[in-house]
Design a protein around this ligand. Structure first.
Ligand code: F6P
Length: 341
């Protein structure tokens, strides 16, 4: 068989581990050939690809990013791929395509699959918000980075009697904020799933200071937002169109808390540092298992599906299930953390 593979959407620690695993299973296990398209679906459409043999994937298991490059999707080009998918499969002489990506990529994978391309998807996102799988690789790494940041911020916060507001990734779901906040012992956690009252955060910090703990760390997901009217002081800059502009909730919340508490507050935006660098052992193992099962699915002809972690097992689930809805943090998980506002 000849299998095509690509990585699309935002990168994520563990992508290289999937690529390596697919090549090992396909080449060693089945005697297949593998080609890798560069920069996601763009490479598929524009004919940018390279053969992937054992040497090509040697030494990449622990490397962050993706050796194939990645790009976000342009809708029109995606439609072009779906309309021409039979011709594309013929052009590259591939029997199957394994796209690795998040919600957008899996939606694209489903479109190609519906149009007749033999596709097996592999989910990825540091946000862990794909509902059809219990976990995505990259999440464990991101939580580790954010936890370390919270640990470090606590010591400097304490030295200066400050409030630190650390903003982590998670536009639509607050899994990274929840788990790094729990692991790092953040005093406040704010998630996109629940609008937070700034009054409650102010009260919490004041109570801490009153009992002699003269610092606080608040972990806020980038997609978290305050309850209506609960942040009256931190107004954004007015741009040339008269619109208020904020550089993220972390900056805005730090300004609001400093004003209301009369204590120094500092924002720390972790950003893409959470997505870079070497994957944890957990993410390498999950990514490797996904790659292995994707190749097995190709050989069974189990197309239109993606790999998923269900409990401790890897299952194949319909691509349609992957993209129906995002997996958000349920209230029960917020309750366990104690410090979600
Ligand atoms: O979806 C993964 C993610 O890391 C989000 O948490 C974040 O909002 C986004 O990607 C950042 O995207 P970009 O790399 O395009 O800035």
């Amino acid at each position: 068989m000849r299998i095509g593979i690509l990585t699309a959407g935002g990168d994520c620690p563990g992508l290289n581990a999937v690529i390596r695993s697919v090549v090992h299973r396909a080449v060693v296990g089945h005697g297949d050939e593998v080609i890798g398209f560069e920069d996601g679906f763009k490479g598929l459409l524009d004919g940018h690809f390279r053969p992937l043999d054992l040497n090509a994937v040697s030494g990449i298991l622990a490397r962050g990013g993706t050796i194939l490059g990645s790009a976000r999707l342009e809708r029109d080009r995606l439609r072009e791929a779906a309309e021409n998918c039979e011709e594309l499969a013929r052009r590259y002489d591939i029997d199957a395509l394994i796209p690795i990506g998040g919600e957008g990529t899996l939606t694209a994978a489903r479109m190609l699959s519906d149009a007749g391309m033999p596709v097996v998807g592999v989910p990825k996102t540091i946000d862990n918000d794909i509902s059809a799988t219990d976990r995505t690789f990259g999440f464990d790494t991101a939580v580790g980075v954010a936890t370390e940041a919270i640990d470090r911020l606590k010591t400097t916060a304490e030295s200066h009697q400050r409030v630190m507001v650390v903003e982590v990734m998670g536009r639509h779901a607050g899994w990274i904020a929840l788990e790094s906040g729990m692991a790092g012992g953040a005093h406040g956690i704010c998630l996109p799933e629940r609008p937070f009252e700034v009054d409650d955060l102010v009260k919490m910090v004041e109570e801490r200071f009153a009992r002699g703990k003269k610092f606080a760390v608040i972990c806020v997901a980038e997609g978290a937002h305050p309850a209506e009217g609960s942040m009256p002081y931190a107004k954004g800059a007015i741009d040339q169109y008269g619109h208020e502009r904020f550089q993220g909730i972390g900056n805005r919340l730090a300004v609001e808390l400093e004003t209301r508490l009369g204590k120094e507050a500092r924002p720390v935006i972790l950003g893409h540092v959470q997505r870079g660098g070497t994957p944890t052992a957990y993410d390498r193992v999950l990514a490797t298992r996904f790659g292995w099962h994707a190749v097995e699915a190709v050989h069974r002809g189990d197309f239109g599906r993606m790999t998923a972690l269900r409990g401790t097992d890897i299952a194949m689930v319909p691509l349609a299930d992957a993209v129906t809805q995002l997996k958000r943090v349920p209230v029960a998980r917020m309750d366990e953390a104690e410090s979600v506002f």
